[in-house]
Design a protein around this ligand. Structure first.
Ligand code: PA5
Length: 347
């Protein structure tokens, strides 16, 4: 199996240089923090996007909820806007490529409904339609795999709402998050496996299906992000679920001894998890271990919400990258996603 400390082997497998993009993520966040539009008053927010372009909406949703923001945020992953989206809804249409048909469909519906629309994209048809219709456009750099553009796909959403939040506090949180990421980048990129939690997690997942559990409204969006990063970077199946809901169904799957060795469980916790959630995480770990399950835990670092959210997310990016290395697969290309998009167009 690959030696994760062997830089020559890593660069042989990481042919498209995802490591450089991961290492540069803090810089991307600084650049993305400069991008925003002014938004009018609204009653709710809908973020429309798919895959790597939707996760920024999830992060916005949990961040705002944790800050007590009084208006709801909906993340729409699909072709249809829900009926409640109307002229009092702030709609962010987010597509890294600008050519994702589900997002374009929502964009057109939001236009017809008179929503306050903002397009966030690196180009494509979405940029073109925004220009044609005079829709505010946040342009982000081209040429990245969407999932490595999380800074560009999240911060402009948050920054655009900055005036509705405590701007000074938000700026402070951002600076802390940035410093935290800058501190983690060399650890995840360069530390040897014995000291590198990202390499250790990848090693634990290798040969198994990673199962990632998050806490409702806290780390659930990060659990989803980890799952999708494992799928796309390592070309591996993965699964995610959320506490407390999973205690009402998923937990029964832990009883199947014949399948147990095929899964590796990772619990995503947060320092500020409320006591009831903490108890449920503790019990999950206990019950899984009693049944011989392989369990790891991970937690974000930093004082404030934003730092903890992004640092935990960043660990998943790196762990999925190292899992790709262990499977000796280039993390960047996603040929099956592209083939499916091509076949959809042809049909
Ligand atoms: O990571 C990926 O490549 C995908 O998950 C894409 O983000 C997804 O297919 C949507 O495409 P786009 O981000 O260009 O709208």
């Amino acid at each position: 199996m690959m030696d994760l400390d062997d830089l020559a082997c890593i660069s042989q497998v990481d042919r498209s240089d995802m490591k450089v993009l991961l290492r540069g993520f803090p810089r991307q966040c600084s650049q993305a923090w400069e991008l925003f539009v002014d938004v009018p008053s609204f009653e709710q927010i809908a973020v429309c996007g798919m895959g790597g372009s939707a996760i920024g909406g999830d992060y916005l949703k949990i961040y705002l909820a944790q800050k007590g923001f009084p208006k709801p945020v909906f993340v729409i992953r699909g072709y249809e806007l829900p009926p409640f989206v109307g002229d009092k809804t702030l709609v962010f249409a987010v597509s890294y490529s600008g050519n994702t048909e589900e997002t374009l469909s929502c964009f057109e519906q939001a236009l017809r409904r008179g929503s306050f629309l903002v397009a966030l994209t690196s180009g494509g048809r979405l940029a073109q339609r925004a220009h044609e219709k005079g829709v505010p456009l946040i342009s982000i750099p081209q040429g990245l795999p969407p999932r490595t553009a999380l800074g560009y796909l999240f911060f402009p959403l948050l920054k655009s709402l900055g005036k509705l939040l405590n701007e000074e506090a938000l700026e402070g949180e951002f600076q802390e998050a940035l410093e935290t990421l800058k501190g983690l980048a060399p650890l995840y990129a360069e530390a040897p496996e014995a000291e590198n939690p990202a390499k250790q997690l990848a090693r634990a997942w290798y040969g198994r299906i990673p199962v990632i559990y998050g806490g409702e409204g806290r780390t659930d969006a990060v659990a989803r992000r980890w799952k999708t990063q494992i799928n796309e970077n390592a070309k591996s199946p993965a699964h995610w679920d959320v506490l407390p809901e999973l205690h009402h169904n998923e937990i029964m799957g832990w009883e199947r001894p014949e399948l147990r060795e095929h899964f590796a469980y990772t619990l995503l916790r947060d320092r500020d998890d409320p006591p009831k959630l903490r108890r449920r995480f503790d019990l999950s770990r206990e019950i899984l271990k009693e049944r011989g399950g392989l369990v790891w835990e991970a937690q974000g670092t930093g004082e404030k919400t934003l730092a903890r959210l992004l640092s935990l997310s960043y660990l998943g990016d790196w762990s999925s990258f190292y899992l790709a290395m262990l499977y000796e697969v280039d993390p960047t290309p996603v040929p099956l996603i592209e083939e499916l998009k091509r076949r959809l167009k042809g049909s």
